[in-house]
Design a protein around this ligand. Structure first.
Ligand SMILES: C[S@@+](CC[C@H](N)C(=O)[O-])C[C@H]1O[C@@H](n2cnc3c(N)ncnc32)[C@H](O)[C@@H]1O
Length: 271
C-alpha cells in the first residue's frame, strides 16, 4: 500500500476506534473493515461464532426481501440481511445507545438505507407493514410478557418467515402432549403425571437475576419455545444450535374465536 493510502487508512481506523469507544460498551462484536467493536466480549466473538453455528438456517439469498430485526442491538443481523441482498431492512430496539451503535456499524460498512428506530416489540403495530423475514433473536426472555410479544409479531409484522432465538433452560427433549388435558387420570383423583415430565413445555420464571442481569425474566425449555411459537401461529421449519428456530407463518390456533393479542395496537392501522 502506498504511504499516503496507508496513512489515510490509519487515520480512518483511529477515528472509527474513537467513535466505537464513545458508544461502548458493545454487545455485538462486528468487524468494521479491520476494526472490531467488541474484541474483548465476555462470550468470545459474539454473535459471529453463534451465527456460524446456525448460518445454515439463515436464508442465503434475501434479494429484494424486506426484513425487520426486532431488538436489533448493534445491528449484526441487520448487516447480515443486507449482505444477502435484502432490499429493505428495519431494525428496532428500545435502547438509543444500541441504535446509535447500529447506525455507526452500518455506515462504516457502507450499507445505506437501513432504518433504525426506537420502538418496543410491544408497539410493532406502529410500523403498519408486514415483512418477508422477521428476526426476533435474543429478546423474548427479556420480556415480562413473552407470549404477547409473539402474538403481536404474528398479528402485525410477520409476513412469511421468522428467525427466532431464546435463552433456554431445562430439558432439551420434547414430550408429546395430549390434545386435551383431563383434571385427573381417568377413574382416579390423581392429576396427570406428565406435567412433571422433563420434556413437558415449561417456562422457568426468573424472579431475580440470571447471569447477573435483572432484565432476564423467563427461560423456556425447548418444548416450551416450540409450543409458544406454535400457539402464536408459527410452524418451526428448522432448528439449529439448540435454541435457534426458523419459522413460517401458519394459522393461529383457535384464531376462529377472535384475535389473541389483547394489547392496544398503538399507532397501528388495526384496532
Ligand atoms: C440480548 S440482546 C439481543 C440482540 C440481538 N438481537 C442478538 O440476538 O444478538 C437484547 C436486545 O433486545 C432489546 N430489547 C429489550 N427489550 C426490548 C423491547 N421491549 N423491544 C425492543 N427491543 C428490546 C435490548 O435493548 C437489546 O438490544
Amino acid at each position: 500500500m502506498p504511504v499516503a493510502a496507508r496513512s489515510n487508512d490509519e487515520t480512518r481506523k483511529r477515528e472509527l476506534s474513537s467513535s466505537i469507544a464513545a458508544l461502548a460498551p458493545w454487545f455485538h462484536n462486528i468487524d468494521l473493515n479491520g476494526v472490531q467493536t467488541a474484541p474483548e466480549h465476555f462470550l468470545g466473538n459474539y454473535p459471529g461464532d453463534k451465527f456460524a453455528r446456525f448460518a445454515n438456517i439463515f436464508p442465503a439469498d434475501l434479494t429484494g426481501k424486506s426484513v425487520l430485526d426486532i431488538g436489533c442491538n448493534a445491528g449484526f443481523y441487520s448487516v447480515e440481511a443486507k449482505r444477502r441482498g435484502a432490499a429493505r431492512v428495519v431494525g428496532i430496539d428500545s435502547d438509543d445507545r444500541y441504535l446509535a451503535q447500529a447506525r455507526l456499524a452500518t455506515d462504516a460498512l457502507g450499507f445505506t438505507g437501513v432504518e433504525f428506530r426506537n420502538l418496543s416489540v410491544y408497539d410493532v403495530a406502529a410500523l403498519g407493514e408486514q415483512f418477508d423475514l422477521v428476526i426476533f433473536m435474543g429478546v423474548l426472555y427479556h420480556l415480562r410478557h413473552p407470549l404477547l410479544a409473539l402474538d403481536l409479531i404474528r398479528e402485525h409484522v410477520a409476513g412469511d418467515a421468522m428467525l427466532f432465538q431464546t435463552l433456554q433452560q431445562g430439558a432439551r427433549e420434547v414430550a408429546d402432549v395430549p390434545e386435551d388435558h383431563p383434571f385427573f387420570e381417568p377413574g382416579t383423583y390423581t392429576p396427570p403425571a406428565y406435567f412433571d415430565a422433563p420434556g413437558y413445555p415449561k417456562m422457568h420464571f426468573i424472579e431475580r437475576k440470571f447471569a447477573g442481569d435483572w432484565t432476564n425474566w423467563w427461560a423456556p425449555n425447548a418444548a416450551a419455545s416450540q409450543a409458544m411459537l406454535r400457539a402464536a401461529g408459527f410452524t418451526v421449519e428448522a432448528q439449529a444450535d439448540g435454541d435457534v428456530y426458523y419459522c413460517r407463518v401458519a394459522p393461529v390456533p383457535f384464531g376462529q374465536y377472535g384475535p389473541t393479542a389483547v394489547y392496544p395496537a398503538k399507532g397501528g392501522t388495526s384496532s
